[in-house]
Write a protein that binds this ligand. Structure first.
Ligand code: NAI
Length: 321
């Protein structure tokens, strides 16, 4: 039988854990023995106001149900990420896992969107995740262990009417994840991105009730915990999670069209003529459809375009820092 994944002796910070998805993650981590910092500003869906109650209620619920210590933190991820990390260190002496989950919505069509709506949404989702991860990063490096989950959204991957601010912030988190996964790998810091769809105050007014019924947030938590366990080897990945359906999202590059070697073929007319080949997602004899995961995956492509062997001098050098 598979061994139960335990989080005993692990300390987890979850932002925005006073409700919705964050609360469910917190309960599941605590049930499996973790000490959890419940961070929540306790504001409205649009991010106005603040209240300590949201975080306090979840801390009390954890202590009553699972008899493990949890700590509340009421800081905004945008203002005092270092304070959130300090809450973990002061209460539990360590920090192992962060779940960047806090979020707000300020939807409006792009034509009507105010700068303040764009800035505040990017600030909470993207800058907030940056600030907390930055505050934890040197701890993770020193202890040679860390797990980070960033929370993207279908709106970030595919776009959604009225959510230019939110989509920009959420897709920003994908790039953030992909770079940190590469920088953290040698120190056993694994970074992944989830794309959930779940019932919460964020979705209750936009998804019809009969669909909402199937979207319990409890159906998202198992993957989040799996990705954070010390035994997991998964990093640099994006997972879509909804209603118990789990799948992975990846980049796909079409088989494409090489216009080399004749420079005269580099014309807009040539592109028009070859358009269907540029966007062709079928393998061709010399060009395969591919799934790039790093910058150096350009090597073979550029070599092909220059008609050079992939390992010859002059292929694109990717310097690792
Ligand atoms: P929610 O509104 O229930 O939870 C978000 C929490 O973040 C709230 O408790 C809020 O008080 C807190 N928060 C907001 N600003 C904060 C700040 N500056 N500092 C600290 N805490 C702050 O919404 P839900 O659905 O649980 O969302 C959780 C995450 O999942 C968000 O990042 C959201 O964008 C993302 N997401 C949710 C989806 C869904 O279907 N529910 C779909 C896609 C993404």
């Amino acid at each position: 039988m598979t061994e139960k994944l335990s989080f005993k002796n692990k300390v987890v910070v979850i932002t925005g854990a006073g409700g919705g998805l964050g609360r469910v993650y917190a309960l599941e981590f605590a049930k499996r023995g973790a000490n959890v910092v419940i961070n929540d500003l306790g504001g409205s869906l649009g991010g106005e106001g603040h209240n300590s109650r949201a975080a306090d209620v979840v801390v009390a619920e954890i202590q009553e149900k699972y008899k493990v210590k949890a700590a509340a933190n009421y800081d905004s991820v945008t203002d005092n990420a270092a304070g959130i990390v300090k809450t973990a260190l002061d209460n539990f002496g360590r920090l192992d896992i962060i779940i960047n989950n806090a979020g707000i919505l300020r939807d409006s069509s792009f034509v009507k969107m105010q700068d303040s709506a764009f800035d505040s949404v990017v600030d909470v989702h993207l800058n907030g995740a940056y600030k907390l991860t930055k505050a934890a990063w040197s701890i993770f490096r020193r202890q040679n262990f860390g797990r980070v989950i960033n929370t993207c959204s279908p709106a970030g991957l595919y776009g959604n009417f009225g959510q230019a601010n939110y989509s920009a912030a959420k897709l920003g988190l994908v790039g953030f994840t992909e770079t940190l996964a590469k920088e953290g790998f040698k120190n056993n810091i694994y970074v992944n991105c989830i794309v959930p769809l779940a019932r919460s105050r964020m979705t209750e007014r936009i998804i019809p009730p009969h669909i909402l019924k199937t979207l319990a947030p409890e159906k998202i938590a198992p993957m989040v915990l799996y990705l954070c366990h010390e035994s997991t080897k998964v990093t640099n990945s994006i997972f879509e999670l909804a209603a118990g359906y789990y799948s992975q999202i990846r980049w796909e590059r079409s088989s494409g069209q090489i216009f080399n070697p004749d420079p005269e073929t580099f014309t807009s007319e040539a592109i028009l003529n070859k358009w269907s080949s540029i966007v062709d997602y079928q393998d061709k004899p010399f060009n395969k459809v591919s799934h790039p995961v790093q910058l150096s995956d350009y090597n073979s492509l550029i070599s092909k375009a220059r008609q050079l062997p992939a390992n010859s001098q002059g292929s694109l050098e990717i310097k690792s820092l």
